[in-house]
Design a protein around this ligand. Structure first.
Ligand code: ARG
Length: 452
């Protein structure tokens, strides 16, 4: 940095200047930095550390810079290293020597921690809005296709019939937990570090509590050394983002499979699919694939941050500068992915005939057969064994379970009666489920209604 170098005999090497600067990341922190400075200046004025007219002048200058930041015309110069020095320089150009008082009882160490906290608190709000919007799209899709029956899978093998609405609302639950995790992380993020100074606090009569209050933060730091070194909040945010990105990736993968010609369960809209430069018939689910791939970048950001923090000695270290890009990168990816996934979900149409046909495979009703016997008093394990033998027999004969005679069923258990054949209806199978949180038609309809 070519400022604050009176103690040095040489200017900072040009390559080093560029290498240690963080203006690219800090372009995302300008508004946070200015809001932090406005709160700090107001506190300095209230505490009599600057005069009312100096305070007013500083506040006016900062507001002008904030307007520039809002319309995208605030420019950062690499030679000033970061947003803090860029703001200070531009403020001085705007209002003159009063600007030199703004940094009273403050260090860039507590300032940068505050900026990243302010950015993360806002990012959490935005991600939560994105998650809720996507959840709304899932509920609409569930509502639109509330009768569609499809196979549910375990090990990606057909397992039992389920309602499409039940399957799609599973993602709704994952996003509910993501929201709760983000809200929880936000409480530990909204803690103001301003007033910690470089790491030891200040001999001046400052009031960190009022600064926190002005910023809408519910808490203020306890220990000044911890305040400048703590980036746990960033790690928590990236952990929450990683889980969200994993959920989005799992959802993307599920939709890639369901929309493949082999499955043909859903069709994605033309507005969210691309084609091939060679094969004109191709309709490719690129937004889903990119969402799946970008989860790698988000998880990478978490690992990047954790490794940056791992061996830091107590106090502020310049390594902490490198905690900003992963937070900004992941927040951007997650918000974009949430918006894109909402468009994809909005575009889904279900091929209900195809899903019903796939769910009509009689083999999917073996659990219903077991429970049929259990209801008639057969111990579960014995009932399971009998149906296993029956399955083997049908496989050996190349017959479906529906094609086996009642007399044959009765060879396995005398509890079987003619009504057993009614079980091979997948719609009846989902209607019959009544246990808590199951795919039972009545329960799912109720859940969809409650969420709409
Ligand atoms: N540019 C640094 C960062 O973003 C803040 C400056 C702290 N530098 C210092 N020499 N104390 O983390």
């Amino acid at each position: 940095m070519q400022v604050l170098r009176k103690a040095f005999k040489q200017p900072l090497n040009e390559k080093v200047t560029e290498f240690v600067a963080c203006t690219i990341a800090d372009a995302h922190l300008v508004k946070s930095d200015l809001k932090g400075s406005l709160a700090h200046a107001a506190m300095l004025k209230e505490e009599g550390l600057i005069s009312p007219s100096q305070g007013a002048n500083i506040e006016k200058g900062l507001s002008t810079l904030l307007a520039k930041a809002e319309d995208g015309t605030f420019e950062l110069k690499v030679e000033y290293e970061d947003v803090h020095m860029n703001v200070e320089k531009q403020l001085e150009e705007l209002i003159g020597s009063d600007a030199l008082r703004l940094h009273t009882a403050r260090s860039r160490n507590d300032q940068v921690a505050l900026d990243l906290r302010l950015y993360t608190v806002d990012a959490i709000d935005t991600v939560i809005v994105g998650l809720k919007t996507l959840q709304g799209a899932l509920v609409q899709s569930a509502k639109k296709h509330v009768d569609a029956v499809m196979p549910g899978y375990t090990h990606l093998q057909r397992a039992q019939p389920v309602l499409y609405a039940h399957a799609i609302l599973a993602f709704h639950e994952m996003f509910n937990r993501d929201i709760a995790r983000l809200q929880d992380a936000q409480k530990r993020t909204a803690v103001s570090p301003l007033g910690a100074g470089a790491q030891a606090g200040s001999a001046l009569n400052i009031n960190p509590q009022t600064v926190a209050k002005k910023l809408g933060f519910s808490q203020v730091f306890v220990n000044s050394i911890d305040a400048v070194s703590d980036r746990d909040f960033a790690a928590e945010f990236l952990m929450a983002c990683s889980l969200t990105s994993i959920h989005l990736s799992q959802m993307a993968e599920t939709l890639v499979i369901w929309s493949s010609q082999e499955f043909g369960f859903v069709e994605l809209g033309d507005n969210v699919t691309t084609t091939s430069s060679l094969m004109p018939h191709k309709k490719n689910p690129d937004p889903l694939e990119i969402t799946r791939a970008k989860s790698g970048a988000v998880i990478g950001d978490l690992v990047n941050l954790l490794i940056t923090l791992k061996a830091l000695p107590l106090g502020y270290n310049r390594d902490l500068q490198e905690t900003k890009p992963p937070v900004i990168n992941s927040a951007t990816i997650i918000n974009d992915a949430l918006e894109v996934m909402k468009c994809v979900v909005d575009s889904i149409t279900i091929n209900a005939e195809k899903t019903l046909q796939a769910a009509s495979d009689p083999a999917l009703m073996t659990t219903d057969l077991v429970e049929y016997l259990v209801l008639k008093g057969v111990p579960f394990r014995q009932a399971h064994e009998k149906i296993s033998e029956l399955v083997q027999n049908s496989r050996d004969k190349g017959l479906s379970l529906l094609d086996i005679e009642l007399s044959e069923y009765q060879n396995y258990s005398d509890k079987f009666e003619q009504d057993v054949f009614a079980l091979f209806d997948p719609t009846l199978s989902v209607t019959s489920k009544k246990s808590h949180g199951s795919t039972g038609k009545a329960l799912v309809t109720q859940a969809v209604q409650a969420l709409s």
